[in-house]
Design a protein around this ligand. Structure first.
Ligand code: FEO
Length: 616
């Protein structure tokens, strides 16, 4: 029997998994294994996309023979020459004498470097934009240099709209019986390994990844087939969004990575104290002992979070060895756009702070916290001010989701009756960043606790309002009533604040004590929230917030979701010209065309294909 997996009617995964490999590329631990993906297209011509690592070559060759079922293999497309994908080229040339290699010039040169074979007479050389028709399928080749080696190219199957993406969109971790990312809880169980894979393997080459993303954006993609990890056929946009952030060195989250190198625990103690004080201010921290945690995990965390604190003892008049290695590794991965602080220790000549900073000097857009804490052997009570100054300086650069001071005072501006207006309804969520106000429609507001008064809101990450709350930690919720006309929903829900200023001509607005806009018309209450914690739910973030102010605005009943659909949302017009397409059950957006792609996301309300129904 054979463990092959159908990807589409014509394409079968014929790769293998390795759970015995200790260190991928000799550097990166892979505790959950790794998959080497190869795909076999059975068309009028048969086409194999890449080979596999030598560790799984035997099973790979058996898989190919099984799927070919007696047919000859016509083409081997070589997208990437790193041996984890090219190890079996020579064996395939021997087994399939009619097989042609399809690759670019750089790849062809590398084949001659890696193998003692002359395959030139069996090589079809191609360049950017060249096509190969295999029968039903038409393949187009796009160069992707330095994602992850210079010869890398990707292949677009315009028939099935599949991008064979080489190393891009891969992940560490064996496949464990699944082949599609939507068969597993990817965000929960694999995203950390996808991040570790990306940041360590191609993190350095953000510009080149950006170039590939631009090419990918010019074609319609229904499926991503990478060389490691899962095939993507749903929610592809979410994964591309992560690649956008990683390749532009944009932090995914506000939070502080504290990495320390401590010989006898005194530097560690200082790092613990700083972490603890930041936490007391509601700031998220993650800590690593750099002598224990593999650098690849810390690099992944550094790409994830906005702030980095490095604490190191001075060792041989330099930086402690494990910290020095980590920092050079981080610099080699081109980390940018971060706020960085240092703690140094040294019993007779502390210099590691200055030296650590030097490593960052070539990197772009690093904001230094100048309050470096300097320790002589161990932190003393007399250094309280120094520690507090460092914590305050860090804290000043990030949104402080601190618990409300003087809760009794805050309570006085909170009318508990306003919270009774919350239901499974619809709300205008407003936030602000600098001079820009924005608002969007949300449907998930819940009172979480009564003492202290806290609510949660769930917001799609694609919304501008989401990013404003993420940055500044404050928002207002205006509770919509049954009187709200459809134009309110259209105005706040059917257009993006990235494209328009939603408040420019919107007259019905006021500001609450927190300086944010709330909507006084077609609403019965507003609630101001100050974020105390967040939960990353993949496509959405749940913000949990202290209620800082509420006000009852009218006695009109809150609109429910059901009421909106029954009485407010316009019904499809029976006499409109009949088109083939699908309508979003949530917002009414019409997708013209058939079929609706499985991973289609409504551009208006961001709901997926499952929320669409055929046009009547
Ligand atoms: Fe999985 Fe760059 O090779």
């Amino acid at each position: 029997m054979y463990c092959v997996k159908k990807v589409t009617e014509d394409i079968t995964w014929v790769g293998g998994n390795d759970r015995r490999l200790a260190m991928f590329e000799g550097v990166y631990s892979v505790p959950d294994g790794v998959s080497y993906n190869s795909y076999l297209l059975m068309d009028e011509s048969t086409v194999l996309f890449d080979t596999v690592d030598k560790a799984v070559t035997k099973i790979f060759l058996q898989n190919i023979a099984h799927v070919l079922n007696g047919k000859k293999l016509d083409y081997l497309i070589v997208q990437h020459m790193e041996p984890d994908h090219s190890a079996s080229i020579e064996e395939l040339l021997l087994r399939y004498p009619e097989m042609k290699l399809v690759c670019n010039k750089k790849t062809s040169d590398m084949i001659a470097q890696f193998f003692d074979i002359d395959a030139s007479s069996r090589t079809l050389l191609l360049k950017e934009g060249d096509n190969l028709k295999t029968g039903k399928h038409e393949l187009t080749f796009l160069m992707a240099p330095m994602v992850h080696w210079p010869e890398v190219m990707v292949t677009y199957d315009s028939t099935d709209k599949i991008l064979f993406s080489a190393d891009a969109f891969g992940t560490f971790g064996a496949l464990n019986g699944a082949i599609f990312a939507d068969e597993v809880d990817f965000m929960q169980d694999y995203m950390h390994e996808a991040r570790r894979y990306y940041t360590n393997i191609v993190g350095k080459y953000g510009t080149q990844v950006q170039a590939l993303l631009k090419k990918a954006a010019s074609v319609e993609i229904n499926m991503l087939c990478p060389l490691h990890g899962f095939v993507w056929r749903k929610n592809i946009g979410d994964y591309i969004e992560k690649y956008q952030k990683w390749s532009t060195y944009t932090p995914e989250e506000t939070g502080v990575v504290i990495a320390y190198a401590s010989v006898y625990g005194n530097t560690e103690n200082a790092a613990e104290i700083v972490s603890s004080r930041l936490r007391e201010q509601g700031i998220k921290t993650v800590m690593f002992d750099v002598s224990v945690t593999p650098a690849s995990n810390i690099i992944a965390a550094a790409f994830r979070y906005s702030h980095l604190v490095f604490a190191s003892t001075t060792y041989n008049a330099g930086i402690f060895v494990s910290m020095e290695n980590l920092l050079h590794d981080l610099a080699a991965h081109n980390i940018q756009n971060r706020t960085v602080a240092f703690i140094q220790n040294g019993s007779w000549a502390p210099t590691s702070g200055e030296l650590m900073r030097k490593v960052f000097e070539p990197l772009k857009n690093i904001n230094y916290i100048e309050n470096t804490v300097s320790i002589r052997s161990s932190l003393k009570a007399s250094q309280e001010q120094e520690i507090n100054a460092l914590v305050s300086a860090i804290s000043a650069t990030i949104p402080k989701f601190e618990p409300i001071q003087g809760a009794a005072e805050a309570e006085s501006s909170v009318d508990p009756l306003a919270l009774f207006k919350i239901g499974y309804g619809l709300y205008i969520l407003t936030a602000k960043d600098g001079d820009k106000d924005n608002g969007c429609i949300v449907n998930t507001v819940t009172q979480v606790t009564d003492s202290p008064k806290r609510i949660s809101i769930t917001v799609n990450k694609a919304n501008l309002t989401h990013d404003m709350i993420l940055k500044n930690g404050e928002f207002n919720v205006s509770v919509l009533t049954e009187e709200a006309p459809f134009k309110v929903f259209r105005h706040f829900g059917f257009q993006s604040g990235r494209d328009v200023d939603k408040f420019e001509d919107w007259e019905d607005k006021r500001r609450s004590a927190n300086g944010l806009i709330y909507i006084p018309k077609y609403t019965n209450a507003f609630i101001s929230g100050k974020v105390v914690s967040m939960v990353d739910c993949g496509t959405h973030t749940i913000f949990i917030a202290d209620v800082t102010e509420t006000k009852l605005l009218s006695a009109a009943p809150s609109v429910t979701y059901a009421y909106y659909f029954e009485h407010i949302k316009p019904k499809p017009q029976p006499n409109v010209e009949k088109k083939k397409g699908y309508v979003c059950k949530i917002c009414g957006y019409v997708y013209e065309g058939d079929p609706l792609p499985d991973d289609f996301i409504c551009p208006i309300c961001k709901h997926g294909a499952e929320y669409f129904e055929p046009l009547q």
